[in-house]
Design a protein around this ligand. Structure first.
Ligand SMILES: Cc1cc2nc3c(=O)[nH]c(=O)nc-3n(C[C@H](O)[C@H](O)[C@H](O)COP(=O)(O)OP(=O)(O)OC[C@H]3O[C@@H](n4cnc5c(N)ncnc54)[C@H](O)[C@@H]3O)c2cc1C
Ligand SMILES: *[C@@H]1O[C@H](CO)[C@@H](O)[C@H](O)[C@H]1NC(C)=O
Ligand SMILES: *[C@@H]1O[C@H](CO)[C@@H](O)[C@H](O)[C@H]1NC(C)=O
Ligand SMILES: *[C@@H]1O[C@H](CO)[C@@H](O)[C@H](O)[C@H]1NC(C)=O
Ligand SMILES: *[C@@H]1O[C@H](CO)[C@@H](O)[C@H](O)[C@H]1NC(C)=O
Ligand SMILES: *[C@@H]1O[C@H](CO)[C@@H](O)[C@H](O)[C@H]1NC(C)=O
Ligand SMILES: *[C@@H]1O[C@H](CO)[C@@H](O)[C@H](O)[C@H]1NC(C)=O
Ligand SMILES: *[C@@H]1O[C@H](CO)[C@@H](O)[C@H](O)[C@H]1NC(C)=O
Ligand SMILES: *[C@@H]1O[C@H](CO)[C@@H](O)[C@H](O)[C@H]1NC(C)=O
Ligand SMILES: *[C@@H]1O[C@H](CO)[C@@H](O)[C@H](O)[C@H]1NC(C)=O
Ligand SMILES: *[C@@H]1O[C@H](CO)[C@@H](O)[C@H](O)[C@H]1NC(C)=O
Ligand SMILES: *[C@@H]1O[C@H](CO)[C@@H](O)[C@H](O)[C@H]1NC(C)=O
Ligand SMILES: *[C@@H]1O[C@H](CO)[C@@H](O)[C@H](O)[C@H]1NC(C)=O
Length: 587
């Protein structure tokens, strides 16, 4: 079976487990220590919601399960058949104000493939209401309402998040997907940077930005996945794509943010104004310090970009794993080549280079880099089922060839889960056989409950020296700077997987993340592609930045209106209990 490469690169899920259950906090409707849920008598009534709706100019939306047409009392078989067709595809979720992609975080509620069972159709973990955000005032109205009514606040953009950070049971969501302005600033000037830049509304998605920048002869650091929210969780958590080796992570490219803080201020955060907030927003975790309306990011002069792909089938296991070993042995050399970036996946049947990219390079430059590897394939008597070298005049042209818009949906299905770890060069030098053994154990794990497993890697050299950024300029996890590649393991599961199956899948991915962690002491994981239930999330996802980030959190979100799984402060002031309610731990 052919698994999309991107499937692997992209996904990670968090699971909601009993680990955070606060046995002592039961539903207590009179207890201001917990956020109210719709089941409580204190939950706002229709008069309250109507008043909020007027304040936000009629932009209040009620959350609805997407597949209610598959369930009584809304059953409609024709509509249900339609929703089943699109259920696995990320595009279904962008235009919905509350629903998110991850089946785990939907908790399978209202799964259109399980309606014949005794499955329910409720909102479960997703928001009850959403404001279709238009401007700073609509964000402020939402914040003020949740504070006054003691209900949970959440922020949803595209709904890609694997850690459940764009949902929240009984929350009012700020839905930022329709903030779609984008403008080019040819001569941005600050004390840190002078040159081209683009200003991006918080709802703009990766390929859209690539396309507009490309029309102006510019390129930006965008995602390997075309639909991630560039100014949402992508940049705020780091953000890698094929240009990261040349220009750094997305977070390294942000020049300023336009934000609303939960104390109702409309601010600009940059290296010269609210510099601490700027520092935290740039890689220190999404949706946790302020709500972003727009950001200005560096743009770079576009030009020729060369790419390569290949696929190798496992027709002889010894030769197949020798080839893979050779690839990893070569990877330290690849990472020293300026601008070179690569992403690959391995299943039991297939080793695929999804994309290698050499900005400014020619076909012969890229072929020369890969020549030693190709030579070993020949010596092993193996043949590629496909192998391409593609030269394009601009980044977006290459990107659209590697990830054709017509195939985007199929390449990035929602039904998967991922865990990952940043791997330094020493592991390839000293412990490569251990790493490859782990991959073989993962791929042959017979206890995975259905679905398809892939392992993979993405290599980008984002060291400070390589990309020319000051180590203190932002809150990106320091382990990124020494990483040779991110090592990921993902499971794609059938659309009708039960809640128990989803929980098993999540547990597997978490265990596999730990296996690679044992080989990489002191490193960490890319938070966007990591598990929500890793007990070492503070050190693994934030490293030495954690303490300083907590100070920024307290300063800008002093009422702790923002809460997310594995976000800085997530175990300090509030926690989610077993019923999904946020309850306060301390004052
Ligand atoms: C199929 C797939 C492919 C992916 N590919 C890549 C990739 O190539 N490279 C990569 O680096 N990552 C990739 N990711 C990870 C992706 O970057 C993260 O899931 C990221 O969080 C998505 O951000 P979003 O805003 O689009 O999504 P959402 O799920 O809507 O939001 C994610 C987080 O950002 C917060 N947030 C969103 N908007 C705002 C805002 N305006 N202000 C404040 N907080 C906000 C949310 O509260 C939440 O915490 C991929 C994920 C998937 C599912
Ligand atoms: C609210 O809940 C907390 C935590 O369980 C408890 O300590 C406190 O006594 C409760 N307060 C009231 C007024 O019930
Ligand atoms: C908010 O008002 C608009 C316009 O009157 C209406 O269409 C919408 O249904 C209202 N939202 C809610 C949740 O009632
Ligand atoms: C998920 O659904 C199951 C029942 O299917 C329920 O027991 C569990 O509490 C739910 N989890 C969350 C976090 O809502
Ligand atoms: C949200 O608002 C935008 C305009 O800002 C509008 O185009 C869109 O239709 C609205 N979405 C919904 C679901 O109401
Ligand atoms: C930007 O700066 C360049 C070089 O200084 C100049 O040639 C150009 O006219 C400027 N463009 C704009 C739009 O100001
Ligand atoms: C790459 O090409 C662009 C556009 O031609 C040019 O501006 C840039 O300086 C080049 N970068 C490198 C690292 O060679
Ligand atoms: C498989 O590959 C190995 C290593 O290249 C080789 O020694 C062996 O003969 C091959 N087996 C078959 C059946 O071709
Ligand atoms: C590859 O094939 C050649 C010719 O058939 C043979 O001599 C050689 O031993 C093979 N190499 C491997 C590694 O199997
Ligand atoms: C990244 O590039 C720099 C500069 O070329 C080099 O010193 C460093 O070793 C590289 N890092 C890795 C992990 O390969
Ligand atoms: C994931 O969902 C897609 C789209 O619905 C589907 O085609 C695919 O078969 C599913 N994956 C697995 C492993 O079942
Ligand atoms: C899921 O679908 C497969 C294939 O159609 C079927 O064999 C299996 O029984 C289904 N599982 C559930 C829980 O419905
Ligand atoms: C990795 O290799 C080094 C050098 O051989 C060895 O000292 C170390 O124990 C290995 N680490 C693990 C986790 O196996």
């Amino acid at each position: 079976m052919f698994i999309s490469f991107y499937t692997v690169v992209a996904v990670s899920l968090g699971l909601c487990s009993t680990a955070v259950a606060l046995a002592s906090i039961q539903r207590n409707t009179a207890n201001i220590s917990c956020r109210y849920l719709p089941v409580d008598k204190e939950w706002p009534g229709s008069t309250d919601w109507d008043a909020l709706n007027i304040t936000v100019g009629g932009n209040l939306l009620r959350g609805e399960p997407l597949a209610q047409s598959c369930y009584q009392p809304h059953e409609n078989l024709a509509k249900c058949a339609e929703i089943r067709k699109s259920w696995g595809f990320d595009s279904l979720y962008f235009d919905d104000p509350v629903n998110v992609m991850s089946p785990f975080w939907l908790n399978n509620s209202c799964n259109p493939f399980l309606s014949s069972l005794t499955n329910a159709c409720t909102l479960d973990n997703v928001a009850s209401y959403a404001i279709n955000v238009t401007d700073a005032a609509s964000i402020m109205a939402g914040i003020e309402f949740t504070q006054r009514k003691n209900i949970r606040l959440s922020i949803k953009n595209t709904g890609h998040d694997y850690l459940g950070r764009s949902s929240g049971k009984g929350s009012l969501a700020l839905w930022t997907h329709n903030l779609r302005d984008m403008s080019i600033i040819m001569n941005y000037t600050s004390s840190q940077y002078s040159g081209p830049a683009v200003k991006i509304g918080a709802g703009m998605q990766s390929r859209e930005v690539d396309q507009i920048a490309g029309k102006h002869g510019l390129r930006v650091v965008s995602g390997l996945c075309p639909t991630v929210g560039l100014a949402g969780g992508f940049s705020q958590n780091g953000g890698y794509g094929q240009l990261a080796s040349l220009y750094g992570l997305a977070a390294d490219n942000v020049l300023e943010y336009e934000v609303v803080t939960t104390d109702l201020r409309h601010l600009t955060a940059s290296p010269s104004t609210h510099a601490d907030l700027y520092w935290a927003l740039s890689g220190g975790g999404s949706g946790n310090y302020a709500i972003v309306l727009s950001q200005v990011v560096k743009a770079h002069p576009d030009g020729q970009v060369t790419g390569a792909t290949f696929s190798l089938l496992n027709t002889n296991s010894t030769a197949f794993w020798s080839a893979i070993q050779t690839w990893y042995q070569q990877s330290p050399r690849f990472n020293l080549i300026p601008g070179f970036s690569a992403s690959w996946i391995i299943s039991r049947e297939l080793f695929r280079l999804t994309a290698a990219t050499l900005p400014n390079g020619t076909a012969s430059d890229l072929d020369a880099i890969l020549q030693d590897f190709y030579q070993v394939i020949t010596e092993l008597n193996m043949t590629f089922v496909s192998k391409t070298t593609i030269v394009k005049p601009s980044f977006v042209d290459l990107y659209n060839t590697l990830v054709p818009p017509s195939h985007a949906d199929a390449s990035f299905p929602a039904n998967n889960t991922i865990g990952s770890r940043l791997v330094p060069t020493s592991v390839v030098q000293n412990n490569l056989s251990d790493l490859l053994d782990i991959y073989q154990r993962i791929l042959h794990d017979e206890t995975v409950p259905g679905g398809v497993t892939v392992v993979g890697g993405t290599s980008n050299n984002v060291s400070h020296v390589n990309i020319g950024v000051d180590p203190d300029s932002n809150a990106v996890l320091p382990a990124w700077r020494n990483a040779l590649f991110t090592s990921s393991a993902a499971i794609s599961f059938p659309d009708n997987t039960t809640v128990e199956g989803l929980q098993l899948v999540q547990a597997k991915v978490n265990t596999w993340q730990d296996w690679v962690k044992d080989l990489t002491p002191g490193s960490g994981s890319y938070i966007n592609e990591a598990t929500y239930d890793n007990p070492d999330w503070k050190s693994d996802y934030y490293g030495k930045n954690y303490g300083r980030l907590l100070q920024v959190k307290k300063k800008y979100d002093g009422k702790f209106s923002l809460w997310q799984h594995t976000s800085v402060g997530a175990d300090t002031y509030w926690q989610e209990n077993a019923e999904g309610r946020l309850c306060r731990l301390s004052y």
